[in-house]
Write a protein of this length. Structure first.
Length: 466
């Protein structure tokens, strides 16, 4: 049984590498169905290592000791660390390979409000510095580096960063280093984050960086709408990522696909590609429902997002880039989006700005090509689209199909330095996109050559643990 599953997967992988096309035409899509989790042969409970779930005792050592102990089971099918009902205060701790961190429904992992419980690390090479301050950055609450086969899951248990102190340090400018994430996995393969609620992250909540085969499924991410930079899920220089069935309500982008910053991202050169997003809903104070950028210097391609619902938000779909970024954003397909009470439904910002330092290459222009947005309905929208490319670096093949927005501003579209096509868009698009997609420009548009069927992700990574 297991053997035949493996054979099918190997054949599928061979098939994919032969055709070298991540998408194919078919029905509606899903990331690979997760089979019921194989039980790890070894399991311990955090209380066996002296943890106290009273919300006051600091349990960092208990987490570290438990995980250190479980290291000896990594080559024996891996192990599980169970966190039972209780409020488990902790500072940052490191995961290991072949580990399941399993939370009870009533378990809450609480981030310490003492910044010294969050050690600092060197900046990521693709950023060259911390994202908000030069120099080092605080390590995330749950951190993993160079891992394979890691699960963070639960029966909707909670990981609460208690980020309000960090937001205040940010606001009163007393931070010494860039704020930490709730979860960061770096250089890792086979990561599953599922069935959990994430609250009040100090900074971005879930940050996979330089990872492959990542599944984020059925998670809720919440932070106040006015909390600073509390992005939900930010795949960064990652490939084969699937995000599905998530509800996210935060202060910044719900999902932002990134790949490094200006000269550092260009030289690190690790793109984000094959990112699939299905059934994500939520609201954001100042960000976008789905964003690409603004750090995209390693390139972003093959993004497929479908069945999205955004409401009470500043922006619906947003591409952010700037001269100096270099890199590319291409082959993007976004379909079936409902927006309600959204300020700007579709926004492309070619002059986003924000640079790591003065040494960026002003001539490093991003290449933006083949962006398809289709089947969008919007109600109570202020502006349909602000689509701004870069002078001397026109963004190409921006294709808008079947978009109906109830807009309450008089000039719904404002376009500059872009080229592309549109069909069935109301209110009428700007002049730069007024040529019809169908029939003669279908092949210029990403994945619109057969508009009767919707494409789906063929290459679905093997997330099965063990
Ligand atoms: C999420 O929870 C559901 C219901 O308990 C379970 O069937 C599913 O396997 C879980 N998914 C993961 C990836 O843990
Ligand atoms: C990453 O893990 C591999 C094997 O799992 C090991 O050989 C390598 O030294 C590790 N690298 C780092 C930087 O930890
Ligand atoms: C989502 O999570 C909830 C609570 O953890 C669970 O009851 C439900 O079955 C999960 N759904 C899926 C699709 O995994
Ligand atoms: C998980 O808990 C959150 C926060 O309490 C709640 O909003 C969400 O609906 C729950 N998710 C599921 C699938 O039960
Ligand atoms: C800044 O905010 C922190 C966290 O709320 C607070 O402890 C500190 O006193 C504030 N500092 C200043 C200078 O306002
Ligand atoms: C910043 O550093 C100063 C001096 O070491 C320290 O007193 C302060 O608590 C630090 N602030 C934060 C937010 O960690
Ligand atoms: C569009 O997305 C919604 C969820 O936002 C879903 O209920 C609906 O079935 C999708 N429509 C199609 C045609 O797939
Ligand atoms: C329309 O959306 C705006 C936010 O963009 C909101 O303030 C306003 O209340 C909404 N109007 C209605 C009628 O829902
Ligand atoms: C246009 O989009 C709407 C809403 O997503 C969808 O229900 C409808 O089937 C689409 N029409 C065509 C012609 O694709
Ligand atoms: C379009 O946007 C630009 C800035 O991007 C602004 O200067 C210009 O006034 C806008 N035009 C209209 C008609 O709103």
């Amino acid at each position: 049984m297991r053997r035949s599953v493996i054979v099918v997967e190997v054949l599928l992988l061979l098939f994919i590498s032969i055709i070298e096309a991540p998408w194919t035409v078919g029905g509606s899509s899903h990331c690979k169905q997760i089979s019921p989790l194989e039980v790890r042969p070894h399991s311990v409970t955090i209380t066996e290592f002296g943890a106290v779930g009273d919300g006051v005792t600091l349990n960092t050592k208990a987490f570290q000791n438990a995980i250190f102990y479980l290291q000896s089971f990594a080559d024996k099918g891996g192990a599980q660390l169970f966190v039972p009902a209780g409020r488990w205060l902790t500072g940052s701790f490191e995961l290991i390979s072949h580990l399941t961190l399993l939370l009870d429904k009533k378990a809450v992992i609480l981030g310490s409000q003492d910044s010294s419980d969050w050690p600092v690390d060197d900046p990521l090479p693709s950023y060259g510095r911390g994202r908000e301050l030069p120099g080092m950055r605080h390590r995330s609450l749950i951190h993993g580096n160079n891992l394979t086969d890691v699960l963070i899951t639960g029966d909707n248990g909670t990981i609460d960063g208690q980020g309000s102190v960090w937001w205040n340090w940010f606001r009163n400018e007393t931070l010494n280093f860039t704020r930490p994430h709730l979860v960061e996995l770096r250089d890792s393969t086979g990561v599953v984050i599922s069935n959990l609620t994430f609250l009040n992250s100090p900074f971005w909540a879930i940050h996979p960086v330089y990872c492959s085969q990542v599944l984020v499924q059925n998670v809720t991410i919440l932070a106040p709408l006015d909390s600073p930079n509390t992005d939900g899920i930010d795949p960064d220089s990652c490939d084969n990522v699937c995000i599905e069935d998530c509800y996210i309500s935060t202060g910044d982008d719900l999902i932002a696909i990134k790949s490094g910053w200006d000269e550092y991202g260009i030289s690190y050169a690790r793109p984000s590609s094959r990112i699939a997003i299905f059934r994500v809903a939520g609201e954001t104070g100042s960000g976008a429902g789905l964003a690409i950028g603004s750090e995209m210097s390693g390139g972003v391609s093959n993004v497929h997002a479908e069945d999205l619902q955004f409401f009470n938000s500043k922006n619906g779909i947003r591409i952010k880039t700037a001269p100096g970024r270099g890199g590319y954003i291409k082959d993007i397909y976004i379909s079936n989006v409902t927006m309600t009470n959204v300020n700007i439904a579709i926004r492309i910002s070619g002059q986003y700005g924000e640079h790591p330092d003065e040494d960026y290459d002003h001539n490093a222009l991003p290449f933006v090509d083949k962006i398809t947005i289709k089947d969008v309905v919007g109600d109570n929208i202020s502006r349909a689209g602000m689509l701004e490319g870069i002078e001397g670096d026109t963004f190409l093949n921006i294709c808008l199909s079947n978009i109906t927005l109830r807009v309450n501003k008089r000039r719904p579209w404002n376009c500059s330095y872009i080229e592309g096509y549109s069909s069935l868009v109301s209110p009428n698009t700007c002049e730069l996109l007024s040529d019809s997609i169908y029939p003669q420009h279908t092949s210029d548009c990403y994945l619109l050559s057969n508009h009767l069927q919707s494409p789906f992700v063929q290459n679905r990574p093997d997330y099965r643990p063990g």
